[in-house]
Design a protein around this ligand. Structure first.
Ligand code: URA
Ligand code: CA
Length: 434
């Protein structure tokens, strides 16, 4: 088999066979197929697309390019949740303890990564003592005992995807639905998920800005998952404005605590109940979505969800008392209010720009080397559709430096107040199960 023939075949719009895709990914991973050929292939895929079968084959070839995590020692159906990423997305912090409290095993492998705020591990590290440096044996033991544990990225997972993603980044081939979908799904499958719930964000703060693109990506991932034997579903949710109120690491932990008590922001709570219901249902812990939802509501109300969060933090060295006293979380030196300059209604809160403002305060990493400040960030006081009066606070800015002129300017530019009443945006656009 020769790579040049496969490039030509894809260029001319034909379907690659399973063996051809395996040959290509194996050769690219071991270096026998050079970057320039893989670049040409990525561009051919960009223009010609891939069939459902090719997408499933590409995903599995990437899964098989490295280690696969074996979670078979954990009892029950392991359901993983994946979000395509947004601003102030506190869902993972809430969902883990929430579904664990009704008996769904949560075996989460998580990362730090770049972005407006840290990743899930960074956020959790704002709890004193909490750490993810546990070995696989301890990880599995904890999940079996508590139904929830988080471990840092271990093993050599999907090296083919790492290499291909880096190549796509410099060859203008990132924006290809088959390539994105197989990239995301390969990582979830290699991490050992039996079933997958996807939260595909749409809007200004999302990877996919339009509903049409978000739906195409969601459908592509759901079909890959189901074609390779993992029950998969996707929710398409709004990311035109940040989710919840808090954007920052410790600030989001506090928001998660409120939400686990049933006292969180309306949008964050609703999205967690929706995603959580699907997780509980896919894990066979409820016979319908309605039953799943009422189980989750119950553990928010009776304190079991919060208790689970505390138990989880303590099992991994964390100070669980923050759950009763969030004032123990790291706190920024200064708190400034962003005062509205006029009366009206909030029309827009441009999510990605607000996220960048949080990053300027130090809440996220711009490069791998940046240091995160766990204490800082933003807490929105208003969301789209809310009425505001001149002088009222739009945002509380938690900062460790005094001169925040640049941050304030960015926020003013991206929180649009209009004299006309505005509707709240739709939170959940679609739920896609096949
Ligand atoms: N995120 C991924 O993990 N892969 C892509 O290709 C795009 C976004
Ligand atoms: Ca939030």
């Amino acid at each position: 088999m020769r790579m040049v023939d496969l490039i030509e075949k894809k260029r001319d719009g034909f379907e690659l066979t399973t063996e051809e895709i395996q040959f290509m990914i194996k050769g690219f991973t071991d270096g026998s197929i050079p970057d320039y050929q893989m670049s040409a292939m990525a561009m051919a895929i960009f223009f010609k697309g891939m069939t459902e079968k090719e997408r499933a084959d590409l995903t599995m070839a990437m899964v098989e390019s490295g280690d696969q995590i074996d979670l078979s020692a954990i009892e029950g159906i392991k359901v993983d949740k994946h979000s395509t990423g947004g601003v102030g997305d506190t869902t993972t912090l809430v969902l883990g303890p929430l579904v664990a409290a009704v008996g769904v095993p949560v075996a989460k492998m998580s990362g730090r990564g770049l972005g407006h705020t840290g990743g899930t591990i960074d956020k959790l590290e704002s709890v004193k003592g909490f750490h993810v440096e546990i070995d696989n044996e301890e990880f599995i033991k904890l999940v079996n005992k508590n139904k929830i544990a988080v471990i840092g990225q271990t093993g050599n997972l999907t090296p083919a995807d790492k290499k291909l993603y880096a190549l796509r980044d410099v060859t203008a081939t990132v924006d290809s639905i088959p390539l994105i979908a197989s990239s995301i799904m390969s990582k979830k499958i290699a991490a050992g998920a039996d079933a997958i719930v996807l939260d595909v964000k749409t809007g200004a703060g999302a990877f996919m800005k339009t509903l049409e693109d978000s739906e195409a990506l969601a459908r592509a991932m759901v079909s890959i998952g189901n074609n390779v034997g993992r029950k998969t579903m996707a929710v398409i949710s709004d990311m035109s404005q940040p989710l919840g109120y808090a954007i920052g690491n410790a600030l989001e932990v506090e928001e998660a605590i409120e939400t686990l008590k049933g006292q969180g922001p309306e949008d964050l709570t609703e999205l967690c109940l929706t995603l959580g219901s699907h997780m509980v249902y896919l894990a066979n812990k409820a016979s319908s979505l309605e039953e799943a939802r009422s189980m989750l509501r119950e553990v928010m109300k009776n304190g079991e969800a919060l208790k689970k969060f505390k138990e989880f933090l303590e099992s991994q060295g964390g100070d669980g008392s923050v759950v009763d006293d969030p004032a123990k979380l790291p706190k920024a030196k200064y708190q400034f209010e962003l005062e509205a300059k006029e009366d009206g209604f909030v029309k827009e809160i441009v999510a990605d720009e607000i996220g960048t403002a949080a990053m300027l305060l130090g809440a996220g990493r711009a490069t791998k080397e940046s240091q995160i400040d766990l204490a800082v960030g933003l807490v929105l006081r208003k969301k789209i559709g809310d009425a505001v009066k001149k002088g009222e606070s739009l945002v509380t800015i938690h900062s460790n430096f005094e001169d925040i002129t640049e941050v304030k300017n960015m926020l003013y530019e991206n929180i649009v107040i209009s004299p006309e009443k505005t509707e709240k945006p739709t939170l959940i656009y679609k739920e896609i199960t096949k």
